[in-house]
Each structure stands twice: as structure tokens, then as C-alpha cells.
Design a protein around this ligand. Structure first.
Ligand SMILES: [Zn+2]
Ligand SMILES: [Zn+2]
Length: 274
């Protein structure tokens, strides 16, 4: 059972880089007697012409996200909302956002959203992997989600700051006492807005691949080498300075930690017996 963490709902998000704000809050849970947190994050990307919000945040954090947006937008409006997939922590604040920002358009693989939000059917614009939005001075690219739990999940990339948004991918656990059965990527109170390089100890390779392994239940059925190759190709093709997951601390040590752990785990998966 988790609950909202009041202290983790700052009215101001963290500026990751010029024009990119890390927003959202944490849910709180108890892990073997110790309080731990679980991120539900959103990201605002601001170009000179247009703005896009990546994931809406959880309805439990509705007021927080709205306050953070007010602050970050500083009088501008929200032009696009990009829920990476139609699940509550990623799309649950869509109605309130569309009401607050009447000219905002929902972008992404929105093929079934009219079923959830029939009153907003005219505000849905399909954007698939390979499509992009010119935000003015920076481009937002829609990428395939190599790690995903729903078929219409998409990842994103901001060319301005080199941020890759990975939804449920790459949610690392850190050095906290979680039981083996607990499969949520959690952090300790006070670590909510830290970058991976600012955490007391960087995640081990096992922890770094934790979220990856957890989401990869489908590796029983498909060749996971394809997914790993896709991720590695994307990291090569785009200049990635930050990786922004919905449920983990932002990763800033992409080269040192992520590429290495990806390569290590790719070997493990590919080498496993059939
Ligand atoms: Zn999620
Ligand atoms: Zn937290």
C-alpha cells in the first residue's frame, strides 16, 4: 500500500537542463520497516515556440503537477501533452490538463484514447515512432519503446538538452532494503530529486538492470537481443545526456553506467540456456 508523500511534492520541479523540467511527486511505501519512495515523474520540455509535457503524473499528484507547471511555464501555455502510454500514472491527469490548457493537443500513439476520453477526441493527434515535433530551437522525437508494458507505449527524445524519456524503462533501485519479492524501483526519502551521479552510491549493474529485467517478462517469448540492439542503436544515433524514467531517478551517467550495464545484460540474456 502506498500513499502520497507531502514533503515530496515541491511546488517547483528541478531544471535538468535549459528548457527541461523534472516534475511530479513520489508515492510512499514501507519496506521492511523503512519508508521508501516510488517516483511518478513528468517532464516539461520548452522550445521557443511550443511546449510539451511528457507523461501527466499520477492523479494523486494533480495539484502538485499543476503548481509545478504554473511555475515552469511562467505565463506560457502548454501546447502538447504526451502520455507515453494510457495508464493512470502516465495519462491519469489528462482531463485536468486539457481543461486547464484549452489549446493543448494530446500527442503519441493515441489510437484508443477516444474510448477513455470521447469528449476530447478532436484533440488527439497521432504521433508514431519516427515522427517529430518542432518546438522552436529544439525538436521532440517520438521513439520506439524498447522496454514497455503496453503495445502503444512510445519513448521520446529532446534534441535541445539530449534527454531521452523512457517511460517504464530504466527505473533503477538504489541501495535500500527491499525484499526479494518487492519489485518496485524505490529510493529513500530525501533522494527524490537526485541525479544518478548524486546518489550516495551508484547503482550496481544488477540494480541498473533491475527495471529492465522486471519489464522484460516478454523475453520468454521474443529475442531480447533485438530490444537491446535497438536501445544501443538509439544511444548511438542520438546524443543522450540524460535518461528520464517515469519511476526512477534521472540518469546522467549515460556513458559510464548505462551503456556498460546494457552490454553486460545483453550478454547475460543472450547467453542464457533455452
Ligand atoms: Zn509506469
Ligand atoms: Zn521520493
Amino acid at each position: 500500500m502506498s500513499s502520497v508523500v507531502p514533503g515530496c511534492e515541491p511546488a517547483v520541479g528541478r531544471v535538468l537542463s535549459e528548457g527541461v523540467h523534472w516534475l511530479g511527486g513520489c508515492l510512499s511505501a514501507n519496506a521492511e520497516g523503512q519508508e521508501v519512495h516510488y517516483h511518478v515523474s513528468s517532464y516539461l520540455v520548452m522550445g521557443s515556440e511550443a511546449t510539451v509535457l511528457v507523461d501527466t503524473g499520477d492523479p494523486a499528484h494533480r495539484e502538485t503537477v499543476l503548481a509545478q507547471l504554473d511555475h515552469a511555464l511562467a505565463g506560457r501555455t502548454l501546447d502538447f501533452v504526451f502520455p507515453t502510454h494510457p495508464e493512470i500514472p502516465h495519462a491519469g491527469n489528462l482531463p485536468v490538463l486539457l481543461s486547464r490548457y484549452p489549446s493543448a493537443v494530446v500527442v503519441g500513439n493515441v489510437r484508443d484514447y477516444f474510448l477513455h476520453f470521447p469528449e476530447h477526441a478532436h484533440r488527439l493527434r497521432s504521433m508514431l515512432a519516427g515522427d517529430s515535433l518542432d518546438l522552436g530551437g529544439r525538436t521532440f522525437h517520438f521513439l520506439p519503446a524498447y522496454i514497455r508494458d503496453l503495445e502503444n507505449t512510445l519513448w521520446g527524445y529532446d534534441s535541445g538538452a539530449g534527454v531521452m524519456f523512457v517511460s517504464d524503462g530504466f527505473s533503477f533501485i538504489h541501495d535500500v532494503p527491499v525484499s526479494a519479492e518487492d519489485d518496485e524501483p524505490v529510493h529513500l526519502p530525501g533522494q527524490c530529486r537526485l541525479l544518478s551521479s548524486e546518489m550516495p552510491a551508484p547503482p550496481s549493474v544488477e540494480q541498473a538492470a533491475y527495471g529492465t529485467g522486471r519489464a522484460l517478462y516478454w523475453t520468454k517469448f521474443v529475442d531480447v537481443g533485438v530490444a537491446f540492439q535497438g536501445i544501443e542503436d538509439t544511444l548511438e544515433a542520438f546524443s543522450v545526456n540524460f535518461i528520464g524514467p517515469a519511476h526512477g531517478n534521472v540518469i546522467d551517467d549515460v556513458e559510464g553506467m548505462l551503456k556498460t550495464s546494457l552490454a553486460a545484460h545483453r550478454k547475460v540474456y543472450e547467453g542464457r540456456p533455452l
